[in-house]
Design a binder for this molecule. Sequence first.
Ligand SMILES: [Zn+2]
Length: 227
Amino acid sequence: MGFNIYYYESNVDCKFCKKHFTTYKVRPNRYKIIEEHTDFMPVYEGLNPLLYEVAVCPHCGYAYHKSMTRTYGPFMLLINELYIKELQKPVNICQERTIDDAIVSYKLAYLVSKSSMEEPLLMANLALKIAWLYRLKNDPEAEMRYLQSAREFYSKSFATNQEGEERIQFLNAELSLRLGDIKDAKKGFSRLISDRSVSNKYRKLARNRWENYKYDENPINITETIN
Ligand SMILES: [Zn+2]
């Protein structure tokens, strides 16, 4: 392509078939985060870089997200058996993407990661991003399905540092709230709020989220609190 003011072409050597291709990425000055949902979904002004995070090889169909780690040697044999051989014709979604294209790209990355038995935390993060894309598409049913998968994977996840561990606990509670499992959400938020070893950041996030939820459910309380 010639010069494009919205995207640049990222050069990729496919980790599976080793062939070369280019795929669009949003130029950094073409988007800005203006807010964040309570499950950390960033809301962008301008273009949405989330749509371009997964590179899908147009030659063999291998899909790659930068968080993936099992991308070599014996894992490639698994990916070949369980993913590549099952693929129909590889799609070409290397240029401008719709939300549906982005959903396809993430689902392929999800299948590749499942084949190579990536860690639950990585699977959880991919599932959460698929849920976000369905939220953007206004498809709450599919969104809930993937929030559910994300929650299952988060509940099996471990992080190597405290920040990561607190994020997992928070998201567990947050996704429970969104899925209507109030008992589990309350348990999760209470634990974060009352545990003195939890960082201020997550204690505060948990307290605010739980209080906002309670006042939304009982609007009368809002005026009581304000006055
Ligand atoms: Zn390839």
